[in-house]
Design a protein around this ligand. Sequence first.
Ligand SMILES: [Zn+2]
Length: 232
Amino acid sequence: MNGPSAGVALEVYRRGPVWAAFLGAVPQGGAAGPEDALEVLAGRVPAAAAAAPAWLRQRHGAAALRAPGPGPTGDGDALIVSASGVAATVFVADCVPVLIAAGDSVAAVHAGWRGLAKGVLASAVRELNGDSSGDGAPAEAWIGPAIGPCCYEVGEDVAVQVESRSGAEVVTRRPGRKPRLDLPLAASRQLAGLGVGQVSTVERCVRCSPDWWSYRRDGARAGRNYGFIWRD
Ligand SMILES: [Zn+2]
């Protein structure tokens, strides 16, 4: 029942000055918020010790905000950071954490079915593109562990809303059963459609993997998985 006690699941990527990391289930009490979680990360990725997190009060919407500095920034689901040493942070427990680097800016996006239906990734990319005059490094994105299609049956109304923005392949329909929705694939398709050339997906269902929190598995006792992206 309990999260792992020994290690903490971790996926880390580095592209030049950009670091992107997904941190799995820290045992209850071990990470009470973004600052604690970043400290846990810094215990494994020393470069993270030089970064401070910025985060949003996540709303399952599509608003993109810019972080003026570290700390809580406001209400929204896509956080853009241009300063180096400030980690755009997202926290999830089934929803898809998406990290994007473009030019000199980075973004952390909270993309559940509602955000994916409302266009939160489009908001994030639009805001990021406002930063670069077109000659920066091409955008790259990382899609973190989230609930997989194996474990995500939804109502037809939900399936249709995400499908209409992402393409038919994100929904599997079977006679007599609820549709299965593939949220990470929906995020990937949307990013490709928005011109993000390179998209990597961590292929791991959080409900199937006890190293990561899942709201559908753990309910109210679920902690949060974290995504961080920052520039040195
Ligand atoms: Zn699963």
